[in-house]
Design a protein. Structure first.
Lengths: 77, 288
């Protein structure tokens, strides 16, 4: 039952995430965000910061942003 | 206890002498009647709302005798929501305003009257932005209870009113109900509101404000400082947060001053309407 809910949630989440990355921008640079499949977060490439998505809610408070390390560039390719 | 009430009375007397054109800087460093560092304020406010999130809605009903519902109805009425609109409700954590806008757009009676086409109805997007995840979670839960959990029109985002994560000129409407009082830098929040609104977009702010009517003011002060913190203790188990609430209302700029701040942000046709003699005020403006 839990697994079924989790699968359903994930599917719902993915659909929403695409819409989100289209409408949301980085709160700091105001540039478009990219949805990163691997980390399930929204990435601001301009300033190299990623914002988490918790419970389907994107957390775009500036201080919640995580500065991305160099190796993250590999995942972009 | 006696000392505290004496110092509070002294404090309010000093406040009365101080000119209301006090620098906006003072709002950024005030947490109710306490002076705090700017960086601290948002954390302290965050703690308040984390603590009250679960009883937020009940407390609103009790403190305002249910009137807050009418005030929010009025706010949404002034907004005149339309199908296909992109709306941003800031500090709207538990969803009160967002749900009302949703209902207004999707109400069957309204659709029949206005011959709305289904496509534009589906394009309606209501974004609920709040800095506090607990408040948003309560909102999402309420959405689920209404059967709107997976509804694409309601989007919940955690964000800062002073640094919104929405594109310039993207919103038809912006509302902030009982939230602007809590931001550290009001001018930044207003500037952000201006930025995200489209040309012709409406700004609406519902906020607790200042009462000047002679005897009523005294009754209101009595109610605020004697009754509300006790209600907070009784119902939410948190006296401090509700003490902060009533103090923060007093520290917020009065109606005229706030209206000029809105104008300073670039808005036009700035107006305000007092409800219940000024206990709340709805400020409205347009980005032209």
């Amino acid at each position: 039952m839990v697994r079924l809910n989790r699968v359903l949630l994930k599917d719902a989440g993915n659909a929403i995430d695409k819409t989100l990355s289209e409408i949301l921008v980085c709160p700091l640079s105001k540039q478009p965000l990219r949805f990163c499949e691997k980390t399930k977060s929204l990435v601001s490439d301009t300033i190299g910061v990623s914002f988490p998505i918790k419970n389907g809610i994107p957390c775009l408070v500036p201080k919640d942003g995580k500065i991305l390390e160099e190796e993250a560039d590999a995942s972009k390719a | 206890m006696a000392l505290r009430s004496v110092s509070r009375r002294l404090g309010s007397r000093i406040l009365n002498h101080r000119s209301f054109v006090a620098s906006i800087h003072s709002h950024a460093t005030s947490f109710g009647f306490q002076e705090v560092k700017e960086e601290e304020k948002s954390k302290l406010v965050g703690n308040v709302f984390t603590n009250v999130a679960s009883s937020y809605d009940i407390m609103n009903d009790v403190m305002s005798g249910g009137l807050h519902r009418l005030w929010k109805e009025r706010l949404v009425g002034k907004l005149s929501p339309f199908a296909g609109m992109k709306h941003l409700d800031v500090a709207g954590g538990t969803g009160d305003v967002a749900f009302r806008i949703y209902d207004a757009v999707y109400s069957v009676k309204r659709r029949a009257l206005q011959k709305v086409d289904e496509v534009s109805l589906e394009e309606t997007q209501i974004y609920v932005c709040d800095i506090n995840p607990n408040m948003l979670n309560v909102g999402k839960q309420r959405a689920a209870e209404r059967g709107l959990r997976d509804n694409k029109s309601l989007v919940w985002v955690e964000g800062d009113a002073e640094a919104l994560s929405f594109d310039d000129n993207s919103m038809d409407g912006y509302t902030i109900a009982f939230g602007i009082r809590n931001v550290t830098h009001i001018e930044k929040a207003l500037a952000e509101a201006y930025r995200v609104l489209k040309r012709g977009g409406r700004f609406l702010c519902l906020e607790l404000s200042h009462v000047e009517i002679p005897i009523f003011k005294n009754l209101y002060d009595l109610y605020s400082f004697q009754v509300i913190p006790n209600l907070g203790e009784l119902i939410a188990g948190d006296r401090e947060s509700y003490q902060y609430l009533v103090e923060s209302v007093r520290r917020f700029p009065p109606q005229e001053r706030f209206a000029s701040m809105i104008a300073d942000a670039g808005f036009e046709k700035v107006e305000y309407e007092n409800l219940v003699g000024g206990v709340v005020a709805i400020h409205s403006a347009i980005k032209l």
